[in-house]
Design a protein around this ligand. Structure first.
Ligand code: FAD
Length: 306
């Protein structure tokens, strides 16, 4: 069996692999797409010490760093179940194989919920964005929309209002779901317009975004807003469906972890966007992965198994 088996090869999993391997213990990493969300990212400008890079380049650097150590890398493998068995943890793969380990680190990340309107896919990274911390500065002085009036949408609108020229917040419902204090802050901002009861119907443009259309759900009329960017903020979904019923998940489906990355199952640790660790960012996921690997190592040296 592996001493540490990591499931998920994004920044969290890669950092965990480097930290585990450096302890000289048997380490494996199984993932569907090594690199994770970073593969879908254009520019990265907030990983401290790397002033500027591109997602695919960063993903390659993650894999190269892991390959530098004695790590069993199993790419294109999707895990479908986890169970504890005779003091070991068994991870079943879609391929039919199963892997056994003394400790497991879950780092399967998350995905942004798509709005699925015409233009969203076409203009991804050409005006359609999901992460205000990452891409907000690209829209400095421009007009943007935020779709979604929950906490993340309203936080994004407040954040962006300090950078861009104007923000239109588009909410499907007749009211915002964000906390009252956020709504108050939002209403105090002079360059934010809130449109409620509005169903986004399309994101328009030629080579990049030039506007958004929505249906006024009260009148049925179609409206258009001219703008340069659209932030979709209708939820981040953790890739944890396969863990339901085995490790404790929060009501948002995030793996509940303690300060050392330990989950509700002894020997099973977790890190990054898939967990309750707040603020979903590369540097945070990487730090979290390192922490979970050290947590797993700590568990190994304390458990009786030789
Ligand atoms: P992920 O990167 O999501 O990696 C998850 C890994 O698990 C992948 O390898 C995946 O294939 C694998 N996996 C999932 N399910 C399974 C399964 N069942 N079995 C096996 N493997 C599985 N953050 C920044 O800090 N700066 C930025 O500029 C930035 N820009 C972004 C732009 C975009 C478009 C997106 C989508 C995100 C951006 N982020 C940015 C956020 C950042 O990418 C994430 O916070 C970070 O990648 C999370 O790392 P992670 O390792 O936890 O998960």
């Amino acid at each position: 069996p592996f001493d540490v088996l990591i499931v998920g090869g994004g920044p969290a999993g890669a950092a965990a692999a480097v930290y585990a391997a450096r302890k000289g213990i048997r380490t494996g990493i199984a993932s569907e797409r090594f690199g994770g969300q970073v593969l879908d990212t254009l520019g990265i400008e907030n990983f401290v010490s790397v002033k500027e890079t591109e997602g695919p380049k960063f993903a390659l650097a993650l894999e190269e760093h892991v390959r530098h150590y004695d790590v069993d890398i199993m790419n294109l493998q999707r895990a479908k179940a986890l169970e504890s068995e005779d003091g070991l943890i068994k991870v079943e793969l879609e391929s039919g194989a199963s892997l056994k380990a003394k400790t497991v680190i879950l780092s399967t990340g998350a995905r942004w919920r798509n709005i699925n309107v015409p233009g969203e896919k076409e203009f991804k990274n050409k005006g359609v964005a999901y992460c205000p911390h990452c891409d907000g500065p690209l829209f400095k002085g421009k007009r943007v929309a935020v779709i979604g009036g929950g906490n993340s949408g309203v936080e994004a609108a407040i954040d962006l209002a300090g950078i861009v020229a104007h923000v239109t917040l588009v909410e499907f419902d007749t009211k915002l779901r964000a906390d009252e204090v956020l709504q108050r802050k939002l209403r105090s901002l002079p360059n934010v317009t809130v449109v409620m009861n509005a169903q986004t119907t399309a994101i328009t443009g030629k080579d990049k975004v030039d506007g958004l259309t929505y249906k006024d759900r009260a009148s049925g009329e179609e409206q258009r807003v001219d703008l340069e960017g659209v932030f979709v903020q209708i939820g981040l979904v953790p890739n944890t469906e396969w863990l339901k019923g085995t490790v404790e998940l929060s009501r948002y489906g995030e793996i509940v972890v303690d300060a050392k990355g330990q989950t509700s199952v002894p020997g099973v640790f977790a890190a990054g966007d898939a967990t309750t660790t707040p603020f979903k960012q590369i540097i945070i996921a990487a730090g979290d992965g390192a922490k979970a690997a050290l947590g797993a190592f700590d568990h190994l040296i304390r458990s009786s198994a030789p």
